[in-house]
Design a protein around this ligand. Structure first.
Ligand SMILES: Cc1cc2nc3c(=O)[nH]c(=O)nc-3n(C[C@H](O)[C@H](O)[C@H](O)COP(=O)(O)OP(=O)(O)OC[C@H]3O[C@@H](n4cnc5c(N)ncnc54)[C@H](O)[C@@H]3O)c2cc1C
Length: 200
């Protein structure tokens, strides 16, 4: 039987003993990943595979030289990556975060933020607009932006189209990746093939 494979962000890694932290957005009993996260207990065993190549498809956050500001956008599945990116960013750099989550409880996930970081939380349960609606309604800072977007594939694609098509952002400065797709399991997406991420 083929093992079930799911993809997650390594939020933290330590040595002696070797440990990694993975934060999983539980979305009910809908998939083996979510189900496992909801029921996992100390002593349960999983096999962990790291990326086979250093640059896995050109969708990593890669800050260009001298960016004016950074836009980070995504849903719960992208919050671990956003938290990790925030730790790496130069302290002076202005950052706008758009985070689509179920409700206010999820806001605690991102650590206390430094000056210059503004976060717009979009609460699904309260009928907030999606990522694109929220970004479209916002005055963005002046200066050369770099954007990183991840989350539900259609929502990611829509926001990327808005940034490049309507806001005139350089397409090479918009890094995007569909982390999951509504109505499709990760196995089905693998069969669908690539086409949901990049920097082109
Ligand atoms: C590079 C990368 C990094 C990722 N990092 C993380 C991470 O750190 N944390 C994290 O939680 N996820 C992360 N994801 C997303 C995660 O891999 C998917 O959400 C995956 O589909 C979950 O597997 P599952 O078995 O729970 O659901 P699946 O069996 O894949 O899907 C079952 C059903 O659930 C739906 N579904 C899948 N994910 C979600 C979701 N997040 N919310 C609502 N419905 C969903 C599907 O549309 C499908 O209908 C990452 C994905 C990628 C590509």
């Amino acid at each position: 039987m083929r093992p079930v494979l799911r993809t997650y962000t390594v939020r933290g890694q330590r040595r002696d003993p070797d440990e990694i932290d993975i934060d999983i957005a539980v979305h009910g009993d809908l998939g083996p990943g979510s189900r496992w996260a909801a029921t996992a207990a100390p002593g349960d065993r999983v096999v962990v595979c790291g990326p086979a190549v250093e640059e896995a498809g050109g969708v990593e956050f890669r800050l260009p030289a001298d960016p004016g500001w950074v836009l980070l956008a995504g849903d719960e599945s992208a919050l671990p990556a956003i938290a990790a990116i925030l730790e790496e960013l130069p302290a002076h750099l202005p950052v706008r975060i758009f985070a689509e989550v179920d409700g206010p409880a999820e806001e605690a996930y991102l650590p206390a933020q430094r000056a210059g970081v503004e976060t717009v939380w979009l609460h699904r349960r309260s009928g907030a607009p999606g990522l694109t609606g929220a970004v479209r309604a916002t005055d963005l800072p002046d200066g050369r932006p770099y954007a990183w977007i991840a989350g539900e594939a259609a929502s990611v694609r829509e926001l990327r189209r808005h940034l490049v098509g309507e806001r005139g952002m350089d397409r090479r400065a918009v890094c995007f990746m569909g982390y999951w797709r509504a109505g499709r399991t990760e196995d089905q997406r693998a069969e669908d093939g690539p086409g949901e991420g990049g920097e082109d």
